[in-house]
Design a protein around this ligand. Structure first.
Ligand code: KG4
Ligand code: ZN
Length: 355
């Protein structure tokens, strides 16, 4: 089969038959595979993190990421099947992230998934990485169903999304410049915390005063739900420079805590405005930054005050993993989505777009 196809009758499903998805994720610096049963039960979730390899360069080096994915992919897939006590013959479909992400990194997972599908005849389902992040919420919240509002905050994305149905999205807000995670990583580097910045700022902030430095809370004119973090990043850099010029010592903990508070305030404000305007009573978060403890705490509080149910994945399902791809892949599979062996990596795939 070539291209993307939509089958009417969902093969292998007669209502009672269970669906096991083998999922693969390699869009950035995690080589991951998982087996997910019936969309919400994670039988295995294997993640090989390359973070240590990239730390000395202060960020992800695409070429190194691709090479490491190639080295690890088979091992990670085998381990995911073994831990799930599942043989390939019991797998219903192979789901794989085909975008967005680093092209060389994505290609490794896509090639592995195509090879498995070609060798076994198991259907192939391409999955959008952000759809995976959003779907991570279904793993531990068995009662959660669309429609709901979701804040997606990762290393590459900051989106406010209306999840209209499974696999159906409307982006109502987005960042105009840096993604939230990117801002965390850049500020962490500037205050000498190193890569990856998010978890380090999260930790160091606990010892700092979030009201020590009044960093700006950016509003985007005429676009109430859009974000902008580059001004905040510049404000932190200016603050550090002016301290240096005046010979003043800088408290990394105070800078981290004040920066984090500025990001959290904006994310919470925009989210609650959208919740009120759109009238949803369910609000979820997704993506690496969704594991930030201050953000989780502030959103929990804000949702409580507004009488909204707050959903969040455990931190392990917030950062990149394949279980979330298995969940999204299950719903795509149920919709009848199938991909051919010409499935390609699409580095800037749009949410909701199917190629
Ligand atoms: O979703 P993710 O694992 O990968 C992408 O799809 O981008 O997100 C990675 C981003 C990085 O920028 C990282 O610094 C940030 O998520 N991050 C955090 C935390 N943990 C990861 N940011 C703030 N607080 C955290 N605890
Ligand atoms: Zn991600």
């Amino acid at each position: 089969m070539d291209g993307m196809d939509k089958v009417d009758e969902v093969d292998g499903m007669n209502g009672a038959e269970e669906i096991r998805i083998l999922a693969i994720e390699s869009s950035c610096d995690e080589t991951a595979a998982a087996v997910v049963k019936d969309g919400r039960e994670v039988l295995s979730n294997v993640i090989y993190s390359q973070i240590a390899l990239h730390t000395e360069f202060g960020g992800v080096v695409p070429e190194i990421a691709s090479r490491k994915h190639i080295e690890k992919i088979n091992q990670v897939v085998e381990q995911a099947l073994a831990e799930a006590e599942t043989a390939l013959k019991d797998i219903t479909a192979v789901a794989v992230t085909y975008g967005p992400g680093l092209v060389g990194a994505l290609l490794v997972g896509v090639s592995a998934a195509k090879a498995i599908s070609f060798a076994t005849g198991i259907p192939l389902v391409g999955v959008h990485h952000i759809e995976g992040h959003i779907s991570a919420n279904f793993i531990e919240n068995k009662d959660l169903e669309p429609p709901f509002l979701c804040l997606v905050v990762s290393g590459g994305h900051s989106h406010l999304v209306v999840v209209k149905d499974y696999g159906e999205y409307e982006i109502i807000g987005r960042t105009r410049d840096d993604a939230a995670g990117e801002a965390f990583d850049k500020v962490a580097r500037a205050i000498g915390l190193g890569y990856p910045g998010g978890p380090k700022i999260d930790r160091v902030s606990k010892e700092g005063n979030p009201d020590a430095i009044p960093f700006p809370r950016a509003k985007v004119a005429k676009s109430v739900y859009d974000f902008s973090f580059s001004g905040l990043k510049s404000a932190v850099l200016n603050y550090l420079n002016s301290c240096k010029m005046k010979g003043e010592t800088v408290s990394a903990a105070d800078v981290a805590a004040s920066f984090q508070k500025a990001v959290v305030d904006v994310l919470v404000d925009h989210s609650m405005e959208a919740v009120k305007e759109y009238g949803y009573d369910k609000f979820a978060i997704a993506g690496g930054v969704a594991s930030n403890s201050a953000l989780r705490g502030a959103l929990e509080q804000a949702c409580k005050e507004n009488g909204i149910a707050f959903y969040h994945p455990s931190p392990i399902y917030c950062t990149d993993n394949a279980a979330m791809i298995g969940v999204a892949g299950y719903y795509e599979y149920k919709k009848g989505i199938r991909h051919g062996y010409d499935l390609n990596a699409v580095p800037n795939l749009k949410l909701g777009e199917r190629l």
